[in-house]
Design a protein around this ligand. Structure first.
Ligand code: C2E
Ligand code: CA
Ligand code: CA
Ligand code: CA
Length: 274
């Protein structure tokens, strides 16, 4: 190792500089990528676990970068939030998703993820309504997913946002349920349409030690709140069977397929005649 003290700065400077440069490149790339339409919706199937029937799709954003290849949202969403472009990026993705979903059978729903940053925008519900009108997309086919971490924000504001969305006929789901430490009494005052159990709990189902007790508890909580439930991260038959024994749930996950682009979705639907 190097000597401490005088040399310390020198030791740490080069990697920091590289990181900064990479970060700058990402920011520039994201701004340009939005303008060039490089952000594309992928879709993950959502099914009725009991019947296996497809009920809709969740839109998951991908960045098709000419320099970097296909990048996942865990990389670019936090940066887009920080540099203030998440709203514009999301509006473009949702517009594209509306056009894609209009080609599916009309009973199939479209779920989209909304950032806490967007939830803070007092015009969000209005902007969304405008988009639905522009693309002639029926509100009752749309499901807005907001993460439990949103609930740490101004709860009154979140509540009125959910209410105005639902007044427009849009459904609102609580995403990543179980990870955000929200209290039952808090949840009871929020007019959600559905809970989505986080993948972390679902994968524990096959863990002998816990034997799904946690999932059972979460499902009881959902029942107590009279809310239907979606399980995310259904990866195999074993998990599927365990969930089917626990209640009437919807689910999604790699067991049903990886998220895929719009043309693959259309092929899939054509085979099913939907
Ligand atoms: P999420 O909403 O919890 O989405 C589920 C994530 O789990 C997706 O990752 C999906 O590809 C992955 N996944 C699905 N099934 C399985 C499974 O069976 N096993 C495993 N191991 N993973 C599974 P992805 O696409 O990387 O998205 C990550 C997160 O990024 C999403 O988590 C969502 O919170 C966020 N996100 C995606 N698209 C958007 C967007 O357009 N706007 C915003 N604000 N956030 C987005
Ligand atoms: Ca989600
Ligand atoms: Ca989730
Ligand atoms: Ca998640």
């Amino acid at each position: 190792a190097k000597k401490q003290g005088k040399n310390r700065f020198f030791w740490f400077e080069p990697p920091m500089e590289n990181e900064l440069r990479f970060r700058n490149e990402l920011e520039t790339g994201i701004r340009r990528g939005i303008a060039q339409g490089e952000f594309r919706p992928y879709y993950e199937q959502q099914v009725d676990l009991e019947t296996g029937e497809l009920t809709g799709f969740e839109m998951l954003a991908r960045w098709d970068s000419p320099e970097l290849g296909v990048i996942g949202p865990d990389i670019f969403i936090p940066i887009a939030e920080e540099i203030g472009v998440i709203g514009e990026m999301s509006e473009r993705l949702i517009s594209q998703a509306f056009e894609d979903a209009k080609q599916w059978a009309p009973e199939l729903t479209l779920s989209v993820n909304i950032s806490p940053v967007q939830m803070r925008d007092p015009w969000f519900a209005q902007k969304l309504l405008k988009l639905m009108v522009k693309h002639n997309f029926p509100p009752n086919r749309l499901d807005i997913e907001i993460t439990e971490s949103c609930l740490h924000e101004n709860i009154g504001m979140v509540r009125s946002m959910i209410t105005s969305l639902r007044n427009q006929g849009v459904h609102v789901s609580l995403d990543d349920f179980g990870t955000g430490y929200s209290s039952l009494s808090q949840l009871r005052t929020l007019p959600f349409d559905r809970l989505k159990i986080d993948r972390a709990f679902i994968s524990e189902l096959t863990d002998e030690a816990h034997g799904g007790k946690l999932v059972d508890a979460i499902i009881s909580m959902g029942d107590g709140l009279k809310l239907p439930i979606t399980a995310e991260g259904v990866e195999n038959e074993q998990v599927l069977e365990a969930l089917k024994a626990m209640g009437k749930l919807k689910g999604q996950g790699y067991h049903y397929g990886r998220p895929e682009p719009a043309d693959k979705v259309l092929e899939r639907l054509q085979k099913q005649g939907r």
